[in-house]
Each structure stands twice: as structure tokens, then as C-alpha cells.
Design a protein around this ligand. Structure first.
Ligand SMILES: NC(=O)c1ccc[n+]([C@@H]2O[C@H](COP(=O)([O-])OP(=O)(O)OC[C@H]3O[C@@H](n4cnc5c(N)ncnc54)[C@H](OP(=O)(O)O)[C@@H]3O)[C@@H](O)[C@H]2O)c1
Length: 277
């Protein structure tokens, strides 16, 4: 499959933290050679972890050895993006730049790096196990073949969608980017409740995690909507009915929408905050 995106190789990651590791692990599993992946990462312990566990080449700082990179993946925190990008302006003359940073807009990135070749990607951490969900946005300067290559890379770690307007990435961030944490929170809450009902922590966690996995797979593979699947297991007067009625009385749906809106607003704010030049 590397032929599909051979012009993006070798690739350089700026930042080797959680998201970089999730993407690198997925790409290695899909057959990209570790020798084609470089990571610029200031933390010595992280560099050691990356070299030992993933076999990629790590650098404390970007050097001219990386000039020929076909793709640069920006996997640093939004707060440091501008300063790091300005310091590396002109370093990667042929590269397509792919940013996974939440909130940082493509026109800011293009301005800091002096290039229109910018794709924004909003992946999530299940990319680590090949089940990531990624929202992608590219400006008009990115051509169809470049889009296809970036999409092929992202599909190696899960599924992806393109959004037509960049602001929709704020919605993607609120839904799938931050979404794994919502699911973990739900699993934690269900596990704690199960323990308070007398199950052991191990039993409760197994049942909670397995229920999410099973229900998500059912929702994915079924031709029915999640609403129909829910109604089917909610017979009036039964146990599930009692639980769902309690959730509805406490307006859980509204609370979830409010929480996602808070995430979306934070993504918008970060875009404004980190856009200033
Ligand atoms: N984690 C997620 O679920 C997720 C989902 C979607 C998008 N993202 C985005 O992915 C980006 C990275 O997030 P993360 O969770 O991977 O963060 P992270 O684990 O903190 O990784 C960022 C890494 O970049 C390093 N770094 C700092 N300054 C650098 C520099 N000048 N040059 C090169 N590397 C530098 C950091 O080193 P130090 O620790 O020494 O500072 C750290 O190892 C963020 O912008 C985030 O918005 C994350």
C-alpha cells in the first residue's frame, strides 16, 4: 500500500507524544518501513521510547537531514505550534504539511510555514488499534491526488471523512476527537456503579468494556438505527425501560449535547487564540 502515498515518504513528525505514537504504530502495522519515519522530539525519554518500541529515527531538533521529507506531521500541542512552526519555516521545501493540532487553523499554519500545502486532520486515539476516526480538511491549494494520499494514510489507522468547511473540524473535535474520553468516562461510571451493587472491580470493568464493544459493533453492523436498536431492548415496564426513563428524566441527552458544545467552543477559542501572529 506504500505505493499509494510514496511521494509523502520519508515523513517527519514534529512532536512524538500520544497522537504521534498512535499514528506511527498504525502506519507501521500497515507496512510503512520504520526507516521512512523520523520524529523530532525534545524529550529524551520519549525519544528513547520511540526508538526502542517503534524503531523510528528520532532527532532532538530538526536538522537539514530532514529537508527531503515528503510529509511533515505536526503533532505538538496547539499552544507551542506557532513558535515551533516559525522556527522551522523553509526547512521542508517539498513537504505536504498535515497538522493534527486541535483548533489551529490551516491559514495560520500556511502563513507561519509559507506554504499553501496544508491539510488539517483531527484523528482520535483509537487509531492506536486501527479503529481511529479522522476528520480531514484541505484548502483549495491541495490537489486531488494529494488529498487521496493523505486519506489513504489516515485510512490505514481507521476511517476518515472530509469536511468541506474548516469550521466543521470544531464539530469533529467535539464528537470523535474528544469522544474517546467520553466513552472512558461512561465506562468508569458504569464500572463504579456495578461495584457499588456488589460486583468485583474486575467483573464490573469486564462487563462495562464488553458492553460498549458489543453494542458499538451491533450499531456498526446493523441496518437498523441506534434508536431502533435501543427501542428493541426497551420493553415497557422492564429494567432497561426503568434506566432509560431515569436518564430521560435527568435529560442526559441535553447534558451530552452541552458537553460537546463546550468542547466545540473551546476548539473555536483555541483557533482564535493561536491564530494571532
Ligand atoms: N491525544 C488525542 O486524543 C488527540 C486527538 C486529536 C488531536 N490531538 C492533537 O495532537 C496534538 C498532540 O497531542 P498529544 O496528545 O500527542 O500531546 P503530547 O502527548 O503532549 O505530545 C506532544 C509532544 O510534542 C513534544 N514537543 C514539544 N515541543 C516540541 C518541539 N519544539 N518540537 C518537537 N516536539 C515538541 C512534546 O514534548 P514535551 O512533553 O517535552 O513538551 C510532546 O512529546 C495536539 O495538538 C492535540 O490537539 C490529540
Amino acid at each position: 500500500m506504500t505505493a499509494t502515498f510514496s511521494s509523502l515518504l520519508p515523513m517527519t513528525f514534529i512532536g512524538g507524544g500520544n497522537m504521534a505514537q498512535a499514528l506511527i504504530s498504525g502506519w507501521l502495522k500497515q507496512g510503512i518501513s520504520a526507516s521512512q519515519i523520523h520524529v523530532v522530539e525534545p524529550a529524551a525519554a520519549t525519544r528513547e521510547h520511540l526508538s526502542q518500541h517503534l524503531g523510528v529515527t528520532c532527532h532532538e531538533q530538526a536538522t537539514s537531514a530532514l529537508n527531503a521529507s515528503g510529509m511533515v506531521v505536526w503533532a505538538i500541542k496547539p499552544q507551542v505550534f506557532k513558535q515551533v512552526a516559525l522556527s522551522l519555516n523553509g526547512m521542508f521545501p517539498q513537504a505536504m504539511h498535515v497538522s493534527v493540532a486541535a483548533g489551529v487553523r490551516s491559514d495560520s499554519i500556511g502563513r507561519w510555514l509559507d506554504t499553501p500545502s496544508v491539510v488539517r486532520a483531527m484523528p482520535n486515539t483509537p487509531a492506536l488499534v486501527g479503529l481511529g476516526q479522522t476528520g480531514l480538511y484541505a484548502g483549495p491549494a491541495v490537489n486531488a491526488s494529494q488529498r487521496e494520499q493523505v486519506q489513504a494514510l489516515m485510512q490505514a489507522v481507521g476511517q476518515s471523512i472530509w469536511v468541506e468547511r474548516e469550521e466543521l473540524l470544531d464539530a469533529v473535535t467535539a464528537l470523535s476527537g474528544s469522544g474517546p474520553a467520553y466513552v472512558f468516562y461512561f465506562i468508569e461510571a458504569m464500572t463504579k456503579a456495578g461495584v457499588s451493587m456488589g460486583l468485583t472491580p474486575e467483573q464490573a470493568q469486564q462487563l462495562a468494556v464488553g458492553t460498549f464493544t458489543g453494542a458499538a459493533e451491533l450499531a456498526r453492523s446493523s441496518s437498523e438505527s441506534p434508536e431502533v436498536l435501543r427501542e428493541r431492548v426497551t420493553s415497557k415496564g422492564g429494567t432497561t425501560y426503568a434506566a432509560i426513563t431515569s436518564m430521560q428524566e435527568h435529560q442526559i441527552e441535553r447534558l451530552i449535547a452541552q458537553a460537546m458544545e463546550a468542547a466545540r467552543q473551546r476548539s473555536i477559542e483555541m483557533g482564535h487564540l493561536f491564530d494571532q501572529t
